[in-house]
Design a protein around this ligand. Structure first.
Ligand code: GLA
Length: 385
């Protein structure tokens, strides 16, 4: 939705003009999947697909929210923030307000129009984008100074404690801290981070959504978390480690016998994926895009065979990409069970790639995949309108 259109919608709905635009980004993850909650390093980047919040401060105790494409207004009151956990739309916002208020931030009444261009359920973190953009909005209107990393943590808290998804920190961190044309190498156990230029030479990343209908991702995700926690507890009986990411591949081969089938597979994925992150970042820094592509493929196979979070749609989409001679690697990103893949494709070949992979995918799966035009952008933006 163009900005003018969004501003017109705001005025029609709320009867006054929007005054501010706060945005936060959706994200891709180059590599490091399902390791953030194991203390591993991840390598995400913020996208041009974003949650845009058109806003006007009003004062009082009412937050009125409207959403592009959805009729009606959702209203929450700042003195009842504990009571909106079951809202279908608006619960992320209420959760963010709830935890900010708990910290002493005064939540001020306002009108908000959400234009979220991150497709929902796509594995590109629309929820993190909504949370982070909302957190910025409330802090700006409270007139408090805020630290972006802290906003990411508050947003994660809202998703864990309020929306009930036991996610790690990767998405909210990328959404808040992303930097134009860079990926963020984030150590999820210390929150230390480094920006690495995402320069792929004559190649680029193509983001494709398998469009599998979204179902039960949250509960399956929470099960994976329990499985790796079980693995960690067992490994801790013989190794002095704080998290699975600290276990080296060599150590893992020595302790693997302690773990039962499924739990062993999950832990093996985490250990090997952490190792791949280091290798991938090195490859990227050296300009070795072929090696980066190979590691992306390995990541996908591991998510398919060991972590078991892919499914026919993501496997088909990434396999079709890999068959293309101008594609160096492809993998699912995010929680999995549906959502998106990223593929490294020669810039000059993107059009044909999309056409052929799109057609073959539809032939096999029976419905279309979507391909997005993406660029890597800053995380949070704040603008007066
Ligand atoms: C989801 C979660 C993240 C991360 C990824 C998998 O996107 O929100 O915290 O665990 O899945 O890497």
């Amino acid at each position: 939705m163009e900005r003018m259109e969004a501003m017109q919608s705001f005025e029609q709905i709320f009867g006054e003009k929007a005054e501010d635009l706060f945005t936060a980004a959706g994200r891709i993850n180059v590599i490091g999947e399902h390791v953030d909650y194991c203390g591993g390093k991840v390598f995400p980047a913020a996208l041009n697909l974003r949650c845009n919040v058109y806003a006007k401060k009003r004062g009082g105790n009412k937050i009125r929210m409207a959403f592009r494409g959805i009729d009606g207004i959702v209203e929450i009151e700042t003195d009842k923030l504990d009571s909106y956990r079951n809202l279908k739309i608006g619960n992320y916002q209420a959760g963010v307000a709830y935890y900010l208020q708990e910290e002493g931030v005064e939540i001020v009444g306002c009108d908000l129009f959400y234009d979220c261009t991150v497709p929902f359920g796509s594995g590109l973190s629309s929820s993190a984008a909504i949370e982070v953009a909302t957190a910025v909005t409330f802090c700006e209107y409270a007139g408090v100074a805020y630290d972006k990393v802290h906003l990411a943590l508050i947003s994660q808290k809202a998703e864990n404690g309020y929306a009930g998804v036991n996610c790690g920190i990767m998405d909210q961190f990328a959404s808040a801290m992303g930097k134009k044309d860079h990926a963020v190498l984030l150590d999820c156990s210390t929150l230390e981070y480094e920006y690495v230029p995402l320069q792929l030479g004559e190649y680029c990343l193509v983001v494709a959504n398998c469009n599998k209908p979204h179902n039960l991702v949250e509960s399956k995700y929470n099960v994976r978390r329990q499985e790796v926690e079980t693995a960690l507890k067992t490994i801790q009986t013989v190794l002095d480690v704080k998290c699975l990411a600290e276990v080296s591949p060599k150590q893992f081969t020595e302790v693997k016998y302690l773990l039962s089938g499924v739990v062993g597979k999950r832990a093996e994925h985490v250990v090997m994926e952490c190792d791949r992150v280091h290798k991938a970042v090195e490859a990227l820094k050296q300009g070795d895009i072929v090696e980066l592509g190979r590691l992306l493929n390995e990541s996908h196979y591991s998510l398919r065979d060991l972590y078991e979070v892919t499914g026919k749609e993501l496997d088909t989409l990434s396999a079709l990409a890999r068959k293309e001679s101008d594609c160096l690697g492809s993998r699912m990103i995010g929680a999995g069970f549906g959502g998106c893949t990223i593929s490294i494709v020669k810039k000059t070949a993107v059009e044909g790639f999309i056409r052929r992979v799109g057609k073959a995918y539809q032939d096999v799966i029976g419905y279309k995949a979507s391909f997005y035009e993406t660029s890597i952008e800053d995380g949070i933006t704040v603008e007066k309108l």
